[in-house]
Structures are given as C-alpha cells and as structure tokens.
Ligand binder design. Structure first.
Ligand code: UD1
Length: 422
C-alpha cells in the first residue's frame, strides 16, 4: 500500500495554486451527456474521481480528447448506451449524476449505487423523489438504480432537506424536460452555480442557481460548440488556508474566489490568524497558537462539512477547549482517533466532538479514513514533531490534485513512498 511520509515541524511559507473544483468537475463531466455536440472543459482537476468519470463517459460512447492534463474536449454525438458500468460507478459518490444526465438524454439510466467516502448513511431518496416527480419510474435493486421515462415533464419539487447532489441531479434531469421545473429548498454551493453556468453556456435555461429556488425552463437541445472553465476548488483553498493557520505559516493561495470562503475566513480571524483578500487570491498568515473556536457545519453559506477535519487539526492545537458540531454527516469524526494517536486530546461522540487543545502533536502511523480526513492528517503531519506516515491514500487521490507536490512547494517535507518501495 502506498503511503505518505512526512517529517514535520515545518512552518509553511510561499504560494500555492488552487485547482478546479472536484465537486463541480464530477458533475460537469456527466452533464456533457446532455449535449448533442462537442464541448471543451478546462481547469479540470487531475484526480481519480475525474478520471473514472471520464472512463465511464467513454464506455457510454463519448469521445474524449485530452488537450492538456487539465483540459478535455468531449464529443457526445454518438452516445450508444444508457447502462453505466456498475463496477466503475460504485467507486465514487458523484456517479449518481449519471442518473440525471442519462435520464435527461436517453430517458433511461442504469447506474450502480454510488460509493465514495464513508461518512455515515448517504441516502439518495431526494434524487429519486425528483426524478419521479418529473415522470420517471425508478427502481433500486441488486445494487443498481434503474430509471426510465416515456417523457419528462417539468414540475415543482420541494426538497425535504438541503442536498447538493439532489439539487444538481434534478437540474440535470430537467434541462431537456418539457415545461418548467422549480426546485425549492435547493442547495446554494458555488459548484451548483458552476454546473448551472456550464449548462446555460451550452444552451440550457436555468435561473436562480445560488439561491434556494432554482427555475429550469426545459429546452429542446443543448448544442455545445463552446468551452467552459471549472470554478476554483473552494475546499482545496480552505484546506491550504487552514494549513497556514495550523503551521503558523504564511501562504498566498492563488486562483481562488475569496468570497466563497467568507465563512472560513471569519473563523480564522476568530482563531487569531490574519486573512487578506485580493481579486483571486487569499493571503493567510499566523504567528501564534490558534485561539479556541466553536464550529457547526451547515449547508453553504454556512461552515462547510468538507473543511471540518482540517479545522479540527487547528482546534486540536488551539489554546483552550473547542467544540465541533457536525450538521451534515452522521460519521465524520473518524479522523479524531487518528489525531489522538498523534497526541491530540479529542473526545468524539455521535455528531459532536470536544477538542482539548494541546501544545504539540507527535508523528505517528495513521490512516486516511476518508478524503478530507486525509487532508487533515497531512496538515497534522506537517505540524507534528517527528515522522508521520499516512496510508489509505486512495481517498486523498480521489479529490486532491498533486497534493504532495503542492505541499512540498510551500516547504513541507513530504514524500510518497510507492508500494514496491515499502
Ligand atoms: C456533496 C459533496 C460532499 C459534501 C456534501 C455536503 C459532492 C460529490 N459531494 O455530497 O463532498 O460533504 O455535499 O456539502 O458534491 N440526504 C438525504 N437524502 C438525499 C440526499 C441527501 O437524506 O437524497 C442527506 C444526506 O444524508 C446528508 C445531507 O442530506 O445528511 C446532505 O447531503 P448532500 O448535500 O446530498 O451531499 P452529497 O451530494 O452526497
């Protein structure tokens, strides 16, 4: 098994460039299935969730040409099949977007139940409720979802809870439906706006993305013939902001949209570090131990659950006692047991955790229990005295492009040791 080996005790300093957003890219790639034409997508992060998404598209008959490692031209004129290969779709969470996209294009979709990080129960009942409201018949059996429709007709759909995936998936299914679809209690994350902008650039008529009511006027065809650049990754930017805080570092985080991180910035200021916004970069610098702070994760624009483990490292090192309440997932504190192996003093129970701040962390062998937990452990390893080794990198590689190169570029002593060398 590959591992990351970190020799810690480093204060991070320098500049880092943020990649395109994972959670936008993994929706935009299947969304190309709705186009009967060719489009080019740039600023795509080179991560394994994107690679597998692209492979599935090829299996369905799309032609992909990589112009650079971060730009692909996709020709979806000859989609031959609405059955996505189940062994591939079960590898990542965002494979659920194939249901909305294939249903929209072919009025038929067969997709394996999605995989991804184990953060507790991850139902997709709201996605199914949306597809059914549009006129589809949906069955879940033997590990796969089969959705079929004679036609899809726009309607009003009120989501029972704010769901990123359901909001995007219903948007995908309704873009080519007859009439108008209204999604109420919609999620407002930046990548929802990005997917809507992409679809509109291709000829869709979606209004209100970024608010809690999204209106989709069905169109006959998406034409493509244009290019689109994926929005910068707000979570990757936040990860480096928190790495600066935890290591008492000084980082200029480039190619990001500062306003997407207002909520994190407010917390970083409360923790006593400094943040400066420029047009498309953020400067974070810290020179003392973080202050304690309490966090509750919420849908955007609240504090993002996907930055909870990374801020957890800062709170593990803070001056005083902090509490995190996880508002989205049932099981997002598995990383705390790993941090405790490094000398942290965290008590997690259910959806809350108490962080008794310690002055120092110490290197230890730890395991990345999920994607963002992996990022948190890298930050912890860079702060900690001595050597940390992190295994189960498959999670980290799903969502962070060139992560060790990026951390090395700002001073971290981090190496990937591949299997045969171990
Ligand atoms: C997306 C992100 C993930 C992030 C999460 C919350 C992607 C690929 N992943 O996941 O990184 O942590 O948003 O910001 O974009 N729920 C239901 N029924 C449903 C759908 C959701 O009960 O049909 C619940 C979930 O269990 C969870 C909450 O709603 O408690 C939010 O989930 P959702 O926003 O849908 O998360 P994902 O789209 O899976």
């Amino acid at each position: 098994m590959d591992k990351l080996v970190i020799h810690g005790g480093t204060r991070l300093k320098g500049e880092v460039i943020i990649s395109g957003a994972k959670n936008a890219a993994v929706a935009i790639i299947p969304a190309t299935l709705l186009i009967d034409g060719i489009c080019t997508i740039s600023n795509i992060p080179a991560i394994s969730d994107v690679k597998i998404s692209c492979k599935i598209l090829q299996e369905l008959g799309a032609k992909l040409t990589w112009n650079t490692p971060n730009e692909v031209t996709i020709d979806t004129r000859n989609i031959t099949c609405a059955n996505a290969p189940i062994d591939m779709t079960s590898k990542f969470r965002a494979s659920y977007y194939l249901i909305g996209s294939l249903l929209g294009r072919c009025k038929s979709a067969v997709v394996g139940l999605p995989g991804g990080c184990n953060l507790g129960a991850r139902p997709i009942d709201q996605h199914i409720k949306g597809f059914e409201a549009l006129g589809a018949n949906v069955e879940v059996s033997q590990g796969k979802i089969t959705a079929t429709a004679k036609k899809l007709v726009g309607t009003s759909i009120y989501l029972d809870m704010v769901s990123v995936g359901a909001t995007i998936n219903i948007m995908l299914a309704s873009v080519l439906a007859q009439g108008t679809t209204i999604i109420e209690n919609a999620a407002k994350e930046p990548h929802i706006v990005d997917v809507a902008n992409f679809l509109n650039a291709m000829g869709a008529d979606i209004r209100g993305a970024g608010t809690d009511v999204i209106k989709i006027n069905g169109v006959e065809k998406l034409v493509g013939n244009t290019s689109y650049s994926v929005v910068p990754d707000q979570i990757e930017a936040g990860t480096f902001m928190l790495a600066a805080v935890a290591t008492k570092g000084d980082l200029l985080i480039k190619n990001c949209i500062p306003e997407h991180l207002d909520c994190l910035t407010a917390k970083i200021l409360e923790m006593g570090a400094n943040v400066e916004y420029n047009d498309d970069s953020i400067h974070v610098f810290a020179n003392k131990r973080p202050n304690k702070a309490n966090i509750k994760t919420m849908p955007y624009p609240g504090f993002p659950t996907d930055l909870q483990p990374q801020i957890g490292v800062c709170l593990a090192l803070a001056n005083g006692t902090s509490i995190i309440n996880e508002g989205i997932w049932d099981s997002r504190f598995q990383y705390t047991a790993e941090l405790n192996k490094m000398g942290a003093n965290i008590t997690a129970q259910g959806k809350s955790a108490i962080f008794e701040g310690v002055k120092e962390l110490y290197g230890a062998p730890v395991e990345a229990t999920d994607l963002r937990a992996g990022a948190a452990l890298i930050i912890a390893g860079i702060v900690a005295k001595g050597e940390t080794s992190i295994t189960n990198l498959v999670h980290i590689d799903r969502g962070y492009e060139n992560i060790e190169e990026k951390f090395r570029g700002i001073g971290a002593n981090i190496q990937r040791v591949v299997d045969e060398e171990i």
